[in-house]
Design a protein around this ligand. Sequence first.
Ligand code: NA7
Length: 541
Amino acid sequence: MNTNQVNNLDVVVLGAGFSGLYMLHRLREAGFSTRVYEAGDGVGGVWYWNRYPGARCDIESIYYNYSFSEELYQEWNWTSRYPDQPEILSYLNYVADKFDLRRDIQFKTRIIAAHYDEKKNLWNVKLNDGTSVSAKYFISGAGCLSSANLPNFKGLESFKGKWYHTGKWPQEKVDFKGKRVGVIGTGSSGVQAIPVIAKEAGHLTVFQRTPQYTIPARNHLYDPAFIKQTKENFAEIKRLMRETDTGNGLQIRNISALSDSPAKRREIFEKVWEEGGFGLTSSYNDFLINEEANHTVSDFIRSKIKEIVHNPETAAKLLPDYYFGTKRPILDSGYYETYNRENVTLVDVKEAPIIEITPNGLRTIDGEYELDIIVFATGYDGMTGPLFKMDIRGKSGMSLKEKWEEGSMVRTYLGLATSDFPNFFMITGPESPSVLVNMPSAIEQHVEWIIDCLEYLREKGVDAIEPTIEAEEAWSKHCREVAEATLYVKTESWYTGANIAGKPRSFLIYLGGFVHYTQKCNEVAASGYNGFTLSTIKALR
Ligand code: NA7
């Protein structure tokens, strides 16, 4: 697609990841003129950028896909329990080809600003190639974890080696062979990359700030008979994706961890540990609301770390002390075992903080580590970061960033929209449950709600929709109250914005459950969009 000036589209969509691709498909089907703008030179979103070694999804592949098209489900064959980045990227390319999506996507183009013009009832969207486009609706499929967090370490520009961020990995293969490599960060990305890099590097030094709980993935190739069976059970897979709180086939056992004897509990924990995957997280229902229940599972994982890691000093450094599950749980493939390798060193940078990057490596208060390559596995400015990268301004002229930073408070209605920003929708926005649900399930629910809404507005001759201030304040308050009743708020994490220096703290995820949330969204739609103001152009002028 060329980059000529385009005016008066129905919809501009940001991003060609899971969200943007499905949004485009549905908008086109419904007859809305649409363009998608995507910074990468291909589809995939986070799966386009996260090409680091070991990058893999931690949701089982038979659920980590769309469910809107049975034909698509029948055609695609996943090869292993947890799909790796190349396979997910192939899947999304297959989807783009199957539904002929590329012709409405402009690649290598970043949206840098979007300003709402109240008089014209149009969003003016500025692109980084200097052109602009206008549309009635502006829909963000920017994703929750797409704005890489590169901590502001002094001296990075002086480093003579190479450095990479896991969330913006280059297309070409990085050669670690025989090199002195440092990895900073031990979240999901670091935990996936570290075992793979360790096998290739001359020496790997891991700089860990907070030890994490990780559970073995026990990834394996799928048996073709199993895949055949899942295809036969498509209706059930679709139901599990759309009508359960996890959206990923995991059923949370409705029983307290404290109701079983220690011996019985250990037996259950051992079983799910052996099976691998997130079965441990769903083995009891109160890990995230009851401290004592949480201790049972946290103690279990700590006992496993001590069993696996041979050097007691290293094992001690790896023991987490926060409530299990209050940071995003992690699945790994040989993470703790990696610390038994001769060529791997663990450095605790909470004890000995990083002072600077030097021309030859990295200096903590304990001294300098010489490195040829530094890998920043330092995560993302989650949820709001991707939106704040653009200058999004609503009808008062105030930016989204200003609105949400005023009073240190994100305010949305259902995580889908925010007042003062008419005709602007967020797929998987802050204060939706998305990041704690299987992401494709959450995306399909949002996209389908938005498309139903746009069709309703078109049918009723409505020109603009935005939440009322009362509805969004009530929703945000509800989100905070639900979060306050859990252990999540007791831990510093990207869920609360605590991983970014200076970012206002607020709990950015709705914790009331996907099933309840979906019901609430459906009720709002069925009521003719209660909590939203619907206006015609006449009324706007
Ligand atoms: P995460 O989970 O945010 O992990 C980032 C890691 O980087 C974590 O260990 C951080 O320590 C560490 N970090 C961040 N800044 C620094 C500085 N300045 N110094 C040292 N260490 C630092 O990001 P991921 O990319 O691993 O995973 C993101 C999500 O992707 C994940 O939750 C899944 O949903 C998929 P901290 O814990 O903040 O002390």
